[in-house]
Design a protein around this ligand. Structure first.
Ligand SMILES: NC(=O)c1ccc[n+]([C@@H]2O[C@H](COP(=O)([O-])OP(=O)(O)OC[C@H]3O[C@@H](n4cnc5c(N)ncnc54)[C@H](OP(=O)(O)O)[C@@H]3O)[C@@H](O)[C@H]2O)c1
Length: 278
């Protein structure tokens, strides 16, 4: 993994942190893109203490703000020029209806639209590398979502957190597929995964009882971290493109996820939504 530069969003905890651990141990140069500088510094210190051969850097990235996404991407391009792997990992499960700084429903904005913009802005840096890989953290929960443009900027009315999360994860998967088709035959690939039901901070807002019921069925963060590390740096994944795999359950995709017309439509709509930041 030496001389491989990997940027992981939301790497201060959970699946992102566990993946960073494996990559640091393998000697990669890792960039932690996080919203909370104190948490990021703590993660950086823990990762540096592993004594890997590569560097462990931090950049600030708040997916709640498209301006922050733009600033982070500009910094990455100026500071590094090229990156080998982008892991779009950061995400949240939002129980209540909130909006991002740009007025998007929070799960749609943070889990999907901001990573969409970040990826677009970093494509030239991935193309600068000998071979670039983009990895999207989707979810089996995409089955519970559908693409509803009227909810992208939802501010009121009935809100189903699971449906909104499902929409954002379906959008991650559709984006990965649309991008993979565009990148076919180039030096950059795009793939997605379901990490499993993973024991991480994502369940921090669940009632204690509900979490206690779920906990025995959750897998440790090391399981998806192993798969993501393979997708990021293994020879086996060097040319795989447009795939969806799972660290835990079967990697079945819903008919919406396989709908390339829907993927292309969402892609164009998303380009319009982020145009002023491109
Ligand atoms: N855990 C599961 O069972 C599961 C299942 C399917 C898919 N996933 C997906 O896996 C990915 C990682 O989740 P996880 O389970 O590791 O969750 P986690 O432990 O809660 O970690 C999520 C990371 O995303 C960061 N994040 C949240 N909002 C952000 C924002 N506005 N800007 C930048 N970073 C932000 C968090 O930062 P803070 O620490 O500052 O909050 C944290 O670093 C997510 O995309 C999630 O949807 C998880």
């Amino acid at each position: 993994m030496s001389n491989t530069r990997v940027l992981i969003t939301g790497a201060n905890t959970g699946i992102g942190f566990a993946t960073a651990e494996k990559l640091v141990q393998g000697g990669a140069d890792v960039i932690l893109a996080c919203r909370n500088p104190a948490k990021a510094a703590e993660a950086q210190a823990q990762l540096q203490a592993l004594g890997g051969k590569g560097s462990v850097d931090v950049i600030e990235l708040d997916l709640n703000s498209l301006a922050s996404v733009k600033a982070a991407a500009v910094l990455v391009k100026e500071r590094y020029g090229s990156i080998d792997v982008l892991i779009n990992n950061a995400g949240l499960f939002g129980e209540a209806l909130y909006q991002t700084e740009d007025g998007y429903e929070q799960q749609f904005g943070v889990n999907y639209l901001a990573p969409f913009l970040f990826t677009q802005l970093l494509l030239p840096a991935l193309q600068q590398a000998k071979a670039g890989r983009i990895i999207h953290l989707a979810s089996v929960m995409h089955w519970l979502g559908s693409i509803k443009p009227e909810t992208f900027r939802q501010t009121s009315g009935s809100y189903r957190a699971v449906a909104a999360y499902g929409q954002s994860k379906l959008a991650n998967l559709l984006f990965s597929h649309a991008l993979a088709r565009q990148l076919e035959g180039t030096s950059v690939t795009s793939n997605a995964l379901h990490p499993g039901g993973v024991d991480s901070d994502i369940y921090r807002d669940l009632p204690k009882f509900q979490y206690a019921v779920m906990k025995p069925f959750l897998i440790p963060t090391s399981r998806p971290a192993n798969l993501i590390t393979k997708m990021a740096v293994s020879e086996e994944w060097a040319t795989r493109n447009g795939q969806y795999v799972s660290a835990h359950m079967p990697n079945w995709q819903s008919s919406s996820a396989k709908n390339s017309k829907l993927a292309d439509q969402l892609y164009l709509q998303s380009m319009d939504m982020v145009r002023e930041y491109l």
